[in-house]
Write a protein that binds this ligand. Structure first.
Ligand code: CLR
Length: 264
C-alpha cells in the first residue's frame, strides 16, 4: 500500500469527507468517475473512428464562412452550451462534487466547464488532418472563419493536438477532467477546505491509475496542460466580451441562458 498517504483528515470529524482511506476506496472513486465520464461523453471514440474521414465539402465550408459573425457565434454558442450541459451532468455524478455546496458547485462549473469541454474536444480530434467532429462531420479551422477569432481557434486546435499527443486512455481522460473541474484554487469558493479534500482524492485517483498504467511521468505533463487550459479560457472570455460589446442584441437575446449564466 505504498500509495496510501498519511492523511491529515479524520473522516469522523467531517462526515462528508470522501478522502479515500484505502486502495479499494480509490478504485471505487476512479470507477465512478470513469462511469460518469462514459455516460455523459456525448460520443464514443470507437464510433468516431468509422467517421474519421467524413469531412465537410467545399460547399458546406463555404456556407459556414458565408454566415455573418453574429449568426456563427450564435450557432457555436448553442453547440458549446450543449457540450457544457453534458459536462454539468458529468460533474453531478462525481461523488465528491455532489457533497459541495450549491454555490461552490456553480463556482467550479463557471470556471471549469469550458476547460473540460476543451479536454473532451481532444477525443473528437483527428490529428492527421487537424479537424474536429463538429455538427456531424470533421471540421478544420477554416470552418470557424466567420467567428472572427482566428487566434482563439488556432490556440484551441493546437491544444487538442497537444492533448492527442499524450495518447490518454478514456480512464485517464475521465480522471483528468474531474481534476480540471474540482480545483480548490478557483476564486469565490465558500468552503475551500472541502474542495481541497475532494481535489486531493481525485488527484490520488489520477496518480493511482497513471501508476497502474506505468505512466507516472504523465502527471507533470497534465499539470502543464492545465495551465494552457486556463489561458485558453481567458481568451474565450476576452472574445466573448468583445462580441457582447459589438453585438449586444445577439449576446443578450440569442445566446442560450446557460451560456450567459456561466460565461457572461
Ligand atoms: C467539444 C466536444 C463536444 C462537442 C463540441 C461541440 C462544440 C465545439 C466543441 C466540441 C469544441 C470547441 C468549439 C465548439 C464550437 C465552437 C468552439 C469548436 C467539439 C470553438 C473553439 C469556437 C469558440 C467560439 C465561442 C466563443 C463561440 O463533445
Amino acid at each position: 500500500h505504498d500509495l496510501m498517504p498519511i492523511h491529515p483528515y479524520n473522516h469522523l470529524e467531517d462526515p462528508y469527507s470522501l478522502y479515500p482511506h484505502s486502495l479499494r476506496n480509490i478504485d471505487e472513486l476512479c470507477a465512478s468517475i470513469v462511469r460518469s465520464h462514459r455516460e455523459t461523453s456525448q460520443c464514443r471514440v470507437e464510433d468516431l473512428q468509422a467517421l474519421r474521414w467524413k469531412l465537410f465539402s467545399r460547399e458546406e465550408i463555404q456556407a459556414y464562412q458565408n454566415k455573418s459573425v453574429d449568426e456563427m457565434w450564435q450557432h457555436c454558442a448553442i453547440r458549446l452550451t450543449d457540450a457544457v450541459q453534458y459536462v454539468v451532468e458529468f460533474a453531478k455524478h462525481i461523488p465528491g462534487f455532489r457533497i459541495l455546496s450549491q454555490n461552490d458547485q456553480i463556482a467550479l462549473l463557471k470556471m471549469g466547464s469550458m476547460e473540460v469541454v476543451l479536454v473532451r474536444m481532444s477525443r473528437l480530434f483527428n490529428t492527421e488532418n487537424n479537424t474536429v467532429f463538429f455538427d456531424g462531420k470533421f471540421a478544420g479551422t477554416e470552418v470557424f472563419k466567420s467567428l472572427a477569432c482566428g487566434d482563439l481557434i488556432t490556440a484551441v486546435f493546437d491544444f487538442a493536438h497537444g492533448m492527442c499527443a499524450l495518447k490518454l486512455t478514456e480512464q485517464q481522460i475521465a480522471l483528468f477532467s474531474a481534476l480540471v473541474l474540482i480545483n480548490a484554487d478557483r476564486p469565490c469558493l465558500e468552503d475551500r477546505g472541502r474542495v481541497q479534500r475532494v481535489q486531493r482524492s481525485v488527484e490520488l485517483g489520477l496518480t493511482h491509475i497513471l501508476h497502474r498504467d506505468n505512466q507516472d511521468s504523465l502527471m507533470h505533463k497534465l499539470y502543464q496542460r492545465m495551465a494552457v487550459l486556463r489561458s485558453l479560457c481567458g481568451l474565450h472570455m476576452e472574445k466573448l466580451r468583445w462580441f457582447s460589446q459589438r453585438y449586444p442584441l445577439t449576446a443578450h437575446s440569442l445566446f442560450p441562458p446557460l451560456y450567459k449564466e456561466l460565461f457572461a
